[in-house]
Write a protein that binds this ligand. Structure first.
Ligand code: OOB
Length: 545
């Protein structure tokens, strides 16, 4: 193995024994796997509806049978314990079949988002040494299977390109199921999958989550949100994201014995049709989408009367928008402030309206330790804004193969530095006041400034570049790149160049401003505060360095 492919660190940082013991003694970690729980639910209530996708309607027993069949087929391909498999799928039933089939084999899905392109996917394959991928031929006009085949030519470790639907010469996912079964790997302490971090560094980091910790977070989430066998959850956000996956999301719904309805298109009209047709009771949106729903509701004369719970999270929800959502929709609003690394906060269903409108909720667990500190890691006085650090029974202690980064991202005693700035109310509710990480939150899609800056810097005409958030009425924030050029170049060409580098479209800055030089701080760092101050109105998160 040469230096380029050698893993840059540990796969998994375990919780110290004393913590693991405590989490077990307190009943958080119960030694059950995600697929074990699903099989248990299927056995208990085989005939209840589990999954709806287009015209397909599967009971829990049918879902379970498909998972077993797919697992057996993947096993025949040689996929087994510890193997990494990149999953890039739209919101279709096969997303969950593939996920749980891989869990059964002890293989690790690596969750790519549908928007990811060559740069991100190539990185996931290289960084994890993935030996297979599961995708679709095309979605939204983009050829996903072709992308993986192009990468395969460069990265031969990617042996199998498995394709749902029209296989286009790849391995047909649908043909894997021959109605057989293989024994499941049942190690709840093992890493179940690699989730994607929003990140603020040059390359996206991967998050190893164990069965024990994840099952705990989704079991408690389901309880807090009142999910039960009558829950009908609409999966609108990309299924691979932690919010619609486990807060309580699709997994929390399966856990509770309810039914998940997959929304392939996120637009309000399609979602409203599904809500009315399937009598949806709960869903999760980012603020931008919630706003779009609100605007469209009257125009589309939608029947949303079944919707009892509307969760909004992933990005800042302004208080006045929260109030408008509470007034304009019959559903109970819930704010969710979470992160793929672990910690999830919910406003509770019985909180006062003002707490729901103006806070981002409180943690799931009594053992979610919260510290709010100043720049020198000293606790700030109660009620004041500071950096949020957290540690707990479902928050990771380290990223996947990222030892050097882990030294910065975690304190010596294992607290995760979230990069968020918060204050805590006497009730324990957190209010997100800003962000210290160098990231743009584009309507819930996270853009690591450094990642895009590095891509810009590869252009021969670019001398210097800095990416900052600019305010946007609908998305909250969008990215603006300030660029210093060596040679004249129209900004539009830089955007086309970035797309040509194969990065997800949401990372391409909407605006490019040319400068003679970037402003610098006294210590010579790019002064991003000064750059942001050029916009007429402040962005929500004005606290970035
Ligand atoms: C969720 O997860 P990620 O990993 O995509 O992003 C986490 C980051 C947080 O650190 C914070 O900066 C931001 O997204 N964020 C919010 C927020 N919820 C997340 N900022 C302000 N207000 C909120 N309500 O985004 C995520 C994971 C699980 C559940 C919900 C969201």
């Amino acid at each position: 193995m040469n230096a380029r492919t050698a893993p840059a660190g540990r796969d998994f940082t375990p919780w110290p024994d004393s913590f693991a013991r405590r989490y077990r003694e307190r009943g958080y970690w119960r030694g059950q796997t995600l697929h074990g729980r699903l099989a248990e639910v299927a056995a208990r209530q085989p005939d209840r509806l589990a999954l709806v996708c287009g015209e397909r309607r599967w009971s829990h027993a049918m879902f379970d049978a498909r998972i077993r069949g797919a697992a057996a087929g993947l096993h025949r391909l040689g996929i087994g314990r510890g193997d990494r498999v990149v999953l890039q799928l739209p919101n279709i039933a096969e997303f969950h079949v593939a996920c749980f089939a891989l869990f059964r084999l002890g293989a690790l899905p690596v969750f790519a988002l549908p928007a990811h392109r060559e740069a991100e996917i190539g990185h996931f394959i290289k960084h994890t040494g993935a030996r297979a991928c599961i995708t679709v031929a095309r979605e939204g006009g983009f050829g996903h299977a072709a992308l993986f085949r192009r990468l395969q030519a460069r990265l031969p470790q990617l042996r199998d390109v498995i394709v749902v639907g029209d296989a286009e010469g790849g391995i047909a996912f649908d043909a894997l199921d021959r109605g057989d079964d293989v024994a499941a790997v049942d190690d709840a302490t093992a890493v179940a999958f690699l989730q994607l971090s929003g990140g603020s560094t040059g390359t996206p980091k991967l998050i190893p989550r164990t069965h024990d910790d994840y099952l705990y977070s989704l079991r408690e989430s389901a309880r807090i949100c009142g999910f039960d066998p009558d829950t009908r959850y609409l999966c609108v956000l990309p299924a691979a994201h932690n919010f619609p996956m486990s807060s309580p999301g699709a997994f929390g719904t399966f856990h509770a014995g309810g039914c998940v309805v997959m929304a392939r298109q996120p637009d309000p009209a399609s979602s409203f049709r599904l809500i009315a047709r399937e009598r949806i009771t709960a869903t999760a949106l980012v603020p931008a989408l919630a706003l779009a729903w609100l605007e469209s509701k009257a125009r589309l004369d939608a029947d949303l009367s079944s919707l009892a719970l509307l969760q909004v999270g992933g990005a800042h929800l302004p208080r006045d928008v929260a109030r408008r959502l509470m007034d304009g929709l019959e559903a109970r609003l819930q704010q969710v402030f979470g992160m793929a690394e672990g910690l999830v906060n919910y406003t509770r269903l019985d909180d006062a309206d003002e707490a729901i409108a103006s806070t981002q909720g409180r943690p799931i667990s009594e053992d979610d330790e919260i510290r709010i500190v100043d720049d020198a890691d000293r606790d700030v006085p109660e009620g004041e804004v500071g950096h949020l650090l957290t540690r707990g029974p479902y928050t990771i202690r380290g990223y996947y193969r990222a030892d050097a980064h882990n030294r910065d991202a975690f304190t010596d005693d294992g607290f995760y530095r979230t990069g968020d700035r918060v204050r805590r109310l006497a009730s324990g509710h957190l209010v997100v006041a800003g962000r210290a990480k160098d990231q743009i939150n584009r309507g819930g899609d996270k853009i690591a400034a450094e990642e895009v800056e590095s891509h810009l810097m590869t252009h021969p005409a670019v001398f210097d570049a800095a990416l900052v958030a600019m305010p946007d009425r609908w998305l909250g924030e969008k990215a603006c790149a300030f660029v210093v050029l060596r040679d004249a170049l129209p900004p539009r060409e830089l955007q086309a160049y970035l797309r040509g580098r194969g990065i997800a479209a949401y990372k391409v800055p909407e605006r490019i401003e040319l400068l003679e030089a970037l402003p610098r701080t006294a210590v010579g760092k790019v002064d991003k505060r000064a750059l942001r101050a050029r916009f007429p109105s402040p962005v929500f998160q004005e606290t970035t360095p």
